[in-house]
Ligand binder design. Structure first.
Ligand SMILES: Nc1ncnc2c1ncn2[C@@H]1O[C@H](COP(=O)(O)OP(=O)(O)OP(=O)(O)O)[C@@H](O)[C@H]1O
Ligand SMILES: [Mg+2]
Length: 328
């Protein structure tokens, strides 16, 4: 499977309207001609609308079950676009679910190890990580780390994982490594959240094969849906070959800037096409959310009364559907 790494373009209109740029807003090099063309008409949502229509027409997006699946639930947080809020969502949704009393395991499946540092775990002090689990059959329970939040646990990633995409190629049952590994700890947790890398390579395939659900963070920007077709293609391939029950259950709109009309239009458009799988709670763009990882804390610990903390708490209620905690 090809490793189509795509970086996230961002609309200039949203940046200019945003007073204090956060790290997420740093201008990026290599913006496409297509994007530049779009800048001339930030209010025209034609591109976004036709992308949404194409996605809905082309991909088998099954009806959502009326009820939430039973616990334990395994969610892959995936979008091969970089910087859309996968890790921020894995860490903060995980923390907010843990606050509700669920036992949560965040699995860092990204060689960048951002979920690991974001949860205050120093990769340099680790003997084992998800790399050893996937490549060397180390039991996953041997590398589960506690965090500073009760009920919230982490399987960390180190930079070793960068080699895994290549090392996995000749490996036996290379797509099913993570699925097999988590089997032994599933009964200890209510939620497993897998933070995927910004690619569609073998690591992401492992996450999609291990999960029952995919949660897709989508940034509230003009090119929000760019590349989503590739992700949905991959999900369909995994469903056909490895994991027939995989369901895109959750779309989370991230980095919403209430000061721009564009953000609101993007949310409306995505909702119109993807319906109930789009969470009602939208994550605002706030500097506090981008500061929390450098303190190794989820937002509910770093700034419990902030807008970001409130949004992720609401999201946790929505995603859990109020299911009774299974393990204590
Ligand atoms: N709601 C938000 N408000 C402000 N900044 C945010 C928000 N969500 C994420 N960020 C910041 O945006 C950057 C990208 O977010 P994050 O790391 O969660 O994305 P990602 O999809 O995991 O990226 P990658 O594809 O590189 O793994 C980070 O610096 C993060 O702190
Ligand atoms: Mg990330």
């Amino acid at each position: 499977m090809s490793d189509a790494m795509t970086n996230s373009p961002r609309p200039r209109a949203a940046l200019e309207a945003d007073g204090a740029p956060s790290p997420a807003e740093a201008p990026e090099a290599g913006r496409s001609a297509n994007e530049s063309a779009g800048l001339a008409e930030p209010d025209g949502l034609d591109h976004l609308r036709s992308a949404a229509e194409d996605l809905v027409a082309t991909h088998r997006i099954a009806a959502l079950p009326g009820e939430k699946p039973p616990l334990p639930r395994v969610l892959a947080i995936a979008n091969q676009k970089g910087g859309v809020g996968k890790t921020t969502t894995a860490v903060n949704l995980g923390a907010a679910l843990a606050e509700l009393g669920y036992r949560v395991l965040v699995v860092d499946l990204d060689p960048q190890g951002n979920a690991t540092t974001g949860l205050g775990v120093n990769a340099r002090n680790l003997d084992t990580s998800i790399y050893d689990v996937i490549l060397h059959d180390v039991p996953i329970e041997d590398c589960i780390e506690p965090t500073n939040l009760r009920n919230l646990f982490l399987v960390p990633a180190t930079i070793d994982l960068a080699g895994a995409e290549i090392e996995l190629v000749p490996a036996f049952s290379r797509e099913m490594r993570l699925r097999r590994a988590i089997g032994t700890v599933l009964s200890d947790f209510d939620f497993l959240l897998i933070d995927c890398p910004p690619s569609l390579g073998l690591l992401t395939v492992n996450a999609l094969a291990a999960a029952q659900e995919v949660a897709v963070p989508i940034q509230c920007e003009y090119y929000a849906l760019e590349g989503l077709g590739q992700l949905l293609n991959n999900i369909e391939r995994v469903r056909a070959n490895l994991n027939p029950d995989l369901n895109v259950s959750t779309i989370i709109m991230t980095m919403y800037d209430a000061r721009t009309r564009l953000a609101e239009q993007v949310v409306d458009e995505v909702r119109r096409h993807f319906g109930d799988r789009v969470c009602r709670s939208v994550v605002p763009r706030t500097v506090r959310l981008s500061e929390a990882p450098s303190f190794g804390q989820p937002i509910v610990v770093f700034d419990p009364s902030s807008r970001g903390a409130t949004a992720y708490r609401e999201l946790a209620k929505e995603v859990s559907g109020g299911a009774p905690q299974r393990v204590g």
